[in-house]
Design a protein around this ligand. Structure first.
Ligand code: NAP
Length: 286
């Protein structure tokens, strides 16, 4: 890769803390190289109180755009010149475009999830969707699903008040979809899933450091015909996905969301389509 960097190469990258584990540099640099685009993507560890300095530095260096991750996704909103319609409701940004010194914020997490769902052939329009979790990813996904035609959202969370805030945002901004919040409880989850088409796990239960955990402990909670999406991608098959397979459900992990949220950011910066299939194969061996 180093050989392709020239005097004219422009910068993109990721601001967050920590970021050293991020797959985004590999994803974007592979795409730049494949399409012969003269950009480079680097990951920058920026602590909380240095975000504004980092944004000013990227403007000075004429970066074409950048991604933003935790802990800056909410805070960055007030430091930008303009934000997209979805950001006005979601309240967080993961992608920024630098248009001649004006920084414009987008959130591609929810859109990336929906692209992955579409790739898996899932039709969620006018359907009931159950979401587990009410963190940053759950909020972006829930709001994008309602923008794109979901019929009803039921959001379960360990901390009920966090889910209630998201549900209230949906109900006061998007009239086409009803939303309800519930405290996490497997019996209530089973009841709500009976007439749902899609279950999305947006909690961190099942991640690498908690692989034995799952929002569902038995296949009895699920039913054949339910599509189960887990946004975790490491491990590639979570405990929830194994239980869902036992119940006869189709499943999807979070890799598609990870790649597509990056592909949408890539298009915002470059106007070009990321070679998604090649990235899946070369970086993730899929
Ligand atoms: P977050 O804002 O920290 O939210 C974490 C969520 O998990 C909250 O709803 C939290 O509930 C819940 N939770 C954590 N520990 C729990 C436990 N022991 N029991 C029950 N609920 C628990 O995180 P996030 O950014 O939304 O990310 C959530 C997950 O999505 C992570 O695994 C992350 O890796 C994954 N993710 C994937 C992608 C992708 O591209 N595929 C993108 C973003 C995130 P409380 O509110 O009660 O704390």
């Amino acid at each position: 890769m180093a050989n392709r960097i020239k005097g004219s190469t422009s910068l993109t990258g990721l601001l967050g803390y920590p970021v050293k584990h991020s797959k985004s540099p590999q994803i974007h640099n592979t795409a730049f190289e494949t399409l012969n685009l003269d950009h480079v993507y680097l990951a920058f560890e920026v602590e909380g109180d240095r975000l504004e300095e980092a944004l000013n530095a990227l403007k000075t260096l004429d970066a074409i755009g950048f991604n933003v991750t935790m802990p800056h996704k909410n805070k960055v909103v007030e430091l930008l010149d303009e934000v997209s319609e979805e950001v006005k409701i979601i309240g967080s940004v993961n992608t920024v475009k630098n248009e001649n010194g004006r920084l414009i914020g987008y959130n591609t997490d929810g859109m990336g999830f929906i692209k992955a769902l579409q790739e898996a052939g899932v039709d969620f329009r006018n359907k009931k969707i159950v979401i587990a979790g009410a963190g940053g990813a759950a909020k972006a996904i829930a709001i994008q699903l309602t923008f794109d035609g979901a019929g009803e959202i039921v959001m379960f969370n360990r901390t009920l008040s966090t889910a209630e805030k998201i549900v209230s945002t949906i109900n006061s901004n998007i009239s086409s979809c009803r939303a309800r919040a519930m405290e996490m409880n497997e019996t209530a989850l089973k009841e709500e899933l009976k007439d749902a088409a899609l279950l999305v796990n947006c909690t961190s239960l099942g991640m690498k450091n908690a692989i034995e955990q799952s929002i569902v402990t038995t296949p009895e909670t699920l039913h054949r015909g339910l599509f189960v999406a887990d946004i975790i991608y490491d491990p590639p098959k979570t405990k929830l996905m194994s239980i869902a397979e036992e119940a006869g459900c189709r499943t999807m992990n979070g890799l598609g969301m990870l790649i597509w949220q990056g592909a949408i950011a890539f298009k915002i910066w470059t106007g070009r389509d990321m070679p998604v299939d090649l990235i899946k194969k070369e970086i993730f061996g899929e």
